[in-house]
Design a protein. Structure first.
Ligand SMILES: *Cc1c(COP(=O)(O)O)cnc(C)c1O
Length: 360
């Protein structure tokens, strides 16, 4: 079998064990005589799948009782609109932190619905660091404060959850959910597209504190209203059933590995291996400030665009797939989500060392 090490930012690698389990169950799930893809979303089989998926996610992340877990569609991008439409309340004001391309998109979308204040930004230095955020910056009348915890394209991460007082903190965690332990109770709402650390594309997970549900604007479409999905157990309409099933298998895989504490340890080890290689190299550099470096998405560059292109090409030939940086920043980017084994990062580092020797 010719599996490669896939460094794609998303859709990204899935654990082989999960793919093999899905393959085994593909045409006949649990003696139903049907594929999960063919099961009614109202059937007992699927009810068990979605219930277990939620239970596992609650257990892994330690989600408190007063939070709902919603399994939605539309990607993180749809939440850029759904969040203001649901949380704005009367004042229609919110504070946003601008840490990169995804933050910018979230801000642009929210501006359609009310007054958005950008309270901190790292755009002055090409988003290569995380700006300080503190209580004093927050408008006490803001409905919420929005941050992007891990910036997938720029390779930065909030090392600490900012202390913003009583205003609900809303976080786009698309590219670092389940990568490390977090205290869910510090957030009002967490959302993530599944295709990075949860499962296949098509599923969006929202974790929301109950008191923030039921406040949507009058003109909020039914499908964007969190209350619709909260009251129906994410079964108001047909949910992305197969993606939810795959997410459940991924949650089981994480649990078997020892949960988020263990996953975090491995993730830190992987990131250390790659950052150490970059630090010791005379060819590769990281554009990101040390104190803001992501352990999920790691951009790096050579001194020239030509060498960058050659690196990506030769890496691909060596079975190291999709290392090209995002078109907005260039260079290379290694996305090393939960499913990337330590051996994959070691293979990348070996390749980088050889490449440096060959082309210096
Ligand atoms: C990938 C990504 C998105 C976009 O997700 P979609 O599911 O494609 O809408 C938004 N925010 C972050 C941080 C991401 O990494």
């Amino acid at each position: 079998m010719n599996r490669v090490y896939n460094f794609s930012a998303g859709p990204s690698m899935l654990p082989l064990q999960v793919l093999e389990k899905a393959q085994k169950e593909l045409v006949n799930y649990n003696n139903s005589g049907m594929s999960v893809m063919e099961l009614s979303h109202r059937s007992g089989w699927f009810t068990d799948i979605i219930t277990e998926a939620e239970q596992l996610l609650r257990e892994l992340m330690g989600i408190p009782e007063n939070y709902k877990v919603l399994f939605l569609q539309g990607g993180a991008s749809q939440q850029f609109a759904a969040i203001p439409m649901n949380l704005f309340g009367e004042n229609k004001k919110a504070d946003y932190v601008n840490t990169g391309s995804w933050s910018k998109k979230a801000i642009k979308e929210a501006e359609k619905f009310g007054d958005i204040r950008v309270i901190a930004s790292s755009e002055d230095k090409n988003f290569t660091y995380i700006p300080a955020v503190n209580k004093g910056m927050i408008d006490p009348e803001a409905a919420y404060v929005h941050i992007t915890t891990n910036n997938t394209i720029e390779g930065t991460v909030f090392r600490e959850v900012p202390d913003i007082g009583n205003v609900p903190l809303v976080a786009d965690m698309s590219s670092n959910i389940l990568s490390e332990e977090i205290d869910v109770s510090k957030f009002g709402l967490i959302y993530a597209g599944a295709q990075k650390n949860i499962g296949p594309a098509g599923l969006t997970v929202v974790i929301i504190r109950e008191d923030l549900i039921g406040k949507a604007q009058d003109n909020c479409p039914t499908m964007l209203d969190f209350e619709t999905h909260s009251e129906s157990g994410s079964l108001y309409n047909t949910p992305p059933t197969f993606a939810i099933y795959m997410a459940k298998l991924v949650f089981e895989w994480i649990k078997e590995l020892g949960g988020l504490k263990e996953i975090e340890k491995v993730n830190r080890e992987k990131a250390d291996i790659l950052y150490r290689c970059i630090e010791e190299s005379n060819m590769f550099t990281s554009p990101v400030e040390k104190s803001s470096r992501s352990i999920m998405n790691i951009p790096f560059v050579t001194p020239s665009k030509e060498l960058d292109a050659l690196f990506v090409k030769e890496a691909k030939e060596a079975g190291l797939e999709t290392l090209k940086g995002h078109r907005s920043v260039g260079g290379m980017r290694a996305s090393i989500y939960n499913a990337m084994p330590v051996e994959g990062v070691q293979a990348l580092v070996e390749f980088m060392k050889k490449f440096e020797q060959k082309h210096q």
